[in-house]
Design a protein around this ligand. Structure first.
Ligand code: 5GP
Ligand code: MN
Length: 472
């Protein structure tokens, strides 16, 4: 008799790059071939959740790669994700949209952004696990900076916004519970030592210098890997499949898997089944059909509340970590302060207790989605006001916080004091907007002239998105 497996069928994907239709198509194809239902898709960044043109220009990326992608169809509900999809951010994102969801949130129905760092619980039938993750990539010069990239981003802030910041690492460092799976975009530093470096170098010769100098990957992720010791760690960014097994001093083990980006024929997807007794199975699937549900993790909520004050003091945030050049690792700066935070967190955990708080399905469309028929430049102009996202509002309500302290940081209400001056578009965008504005004015003048001459002439004055040189 075939043993009935109870568990969660999981697909993990490397870099997404806006290919929603393609990757969701691949999921449907796998389901058809294997006659299974994928319960959960985990995505390791570079997702590109552009709702419209304005979001697209809030992504840092070479001009030739700027493209709308297909996310907007899922945002407005014309298309639906085939399964629950959870992702972290990489270095190519609609960073304005993700900043609205700093603590995590639904970017579209069934598509959940885990936030800049987070731990949540996932449950299907009798199978549960804790999923952690952190977004962005590590650049040492930005690590100690506050999350001070208020809307609308200035051009250089398009990059700063996705650089790993110490506050998000600090939050993870306060987590003492068991984390089963963890998502990051770049790799933990030195992870190659736990797998076949030789094989890796065969595929990626250009990693040699970074491997030799010990600089391949992220220092903060190494710290988190050693602290949390999750059962699984999934990553992307390097555009190569790589497996490793980390044996921790405590006896725990972490299975590390990095996947490629979504290109036909490349290793960008991995399917496995996570069982109720915490095994990972390959080519054996679960057929139990209970719904999959997300819950807040009470320890994480306690951490968020305990560290909230560090977010709101912005530029006065103290240095929380230092680099020890002998041990070649990050260390927490002030042990006594850290202990205070730990104790406060433990106290708060008593308040949240063991209540299972479901993550609500409170997605709302909050901005006009991309309109394929609208070829004007309208969508390029930054909105004058970005209210606190309804999902963030209800999240902060869990702590009786209004979010007003975060004004200018997370959202922008113009009647409130702001930190930076007026919007300055990235240089290329600035020029483009001017150019397009001029074009539009000229075309409107032309049209008026035409209408005067032949009042019934068809309306054909609008720009086609294909005319934008940087989209080709
Ligand atoms: P992205 O898609 O994020 O723009 O680009 C990632 C690319 O940068 C990949 O091709 C990856 O191999 C490369 N890359 C990312 N991090 C490193 C690193 O630390 N060292 C080296 N040599 N290449 C890297
Ligand atoms: Mn990347």
């Amino acid at each position: 008799m075939i043993e009935q497996i109870e568990g969660i069928n999981i697909a993990v994907e490397g870099c997404f790059h806006g290919n929603f239709d393609e990757i969701f198509g691949t999921i449907r194809e796998i389901e058809k071939q294997k006659k299974i239902k994928i319960d959960l898709l985990l995505v390791c960044g570079d997702v590109q959740t552009h709702r419209n043109k304005h979001d697209m220009f809030n992504m840092a990326c070479p001009i030739k790669y700027l493209s709308m992608g297909t996310f907007y169809k899922y945002y407005e509900g014309k298309e639906a994700a085939p399964c629950l999809t959870i992702f972290i951010g990489g270095n190519h994102e609609a960073s304005n949209y993700l900043r609205e969801m700093y603590f995590g949130g639904w970017v579209a129905p069934n598509i959940y952004y885990l936030g800049d760092s987070n731990v949540i619980q996932i449950k299907k039938g009798n199978t549960t696990f804790r999923l952690g993750g952190t977004s962005g990539i590590f650049k040492i010069f930005d690590f100690n900076n506050p999350k001070l990239e208020p809307f609308p981003f200035k051009s250089e802030q398009l990059r700063n916004v996705y650089h790993t910041k110490q506050i998000d690492l600090f939050k993870l460092s306060l987590y003492e519970g068991e984390v089963n799976m963890f998502l990051s975009h770049d790799w933990p530093q030195q992870i190659h030592q736990h797998g076949s470096t030789k094989e890796l170098l065969k595929k990626k010769q250009n990693f040699e210098a970074d491997i030799k100098s010990g600089r391949l990957g992220s220092q903060p992720h190494k710290f988190t890997l050693e602290r949390l010791q999750p059962d699984f760690w999934f990553a992307a960014h390097m555009h190569v499949k790589f497996e490793a097994l980390v044996k921790h001093k405590t006896g725990r083990q972490t299975k590390f898997l990095a996947l490629d980006k979504c290109i036909a024929g490349r290793d960008f997807i991995q399917v496995f089944t996570y069982t109720k007794d915490k095994k990972d199975l390959y080519e054996q699937y679960a057929y139990n059909e209970e719904p999959i549900e997300l819950f807040y993790d009470s320890e994480w909520l306690s951490i968020v509340h305990t560290t909230y004050k560090l977010l709101t003091i912005w530029d006065k945030i103290p240095k929380l970590f230092e680099y020890n050049p002998v041990l070649k690792e990050l260390q927490i700066m002030k042990k006594d302060k850290y202990e205070e935070f730990l104790n406060e967190k433990r106290e708060r955990m008593k308040i949240f207790g063991n209540h299972q708080l479901k993550i609500p399905h409170n997605f709302e469309v909050t901005t006009p989605p991309y309109d394929e028929q609208d070829n004007t430049i309208k969508g390029l102009v930054p909105p004058k006001r970005i209210p606190l996202n309804n999902q963030m509002k209800s999240y902060l309500n869990l702590f009786n916080e209004s979010g007003q302290e975060l004004n200018g940081l997370i959202f922008y209400e113009p009647d409130q004091p702001r930190v930076i001056g007026e919007f300055v578009a990235p240089d290329f965008l600035q020029k483009q907007i001017e150019l397009e504005n001029q074009k539009e004015i000229l075309q409107q003048q032309d049209l008026k002239q035409q209408q005067l001459e032949e009042p019934s002439s068809p309306k054909d004055d609008e720009l086609n998105i294909q005319d934008f040189p940087f989209l080709q």
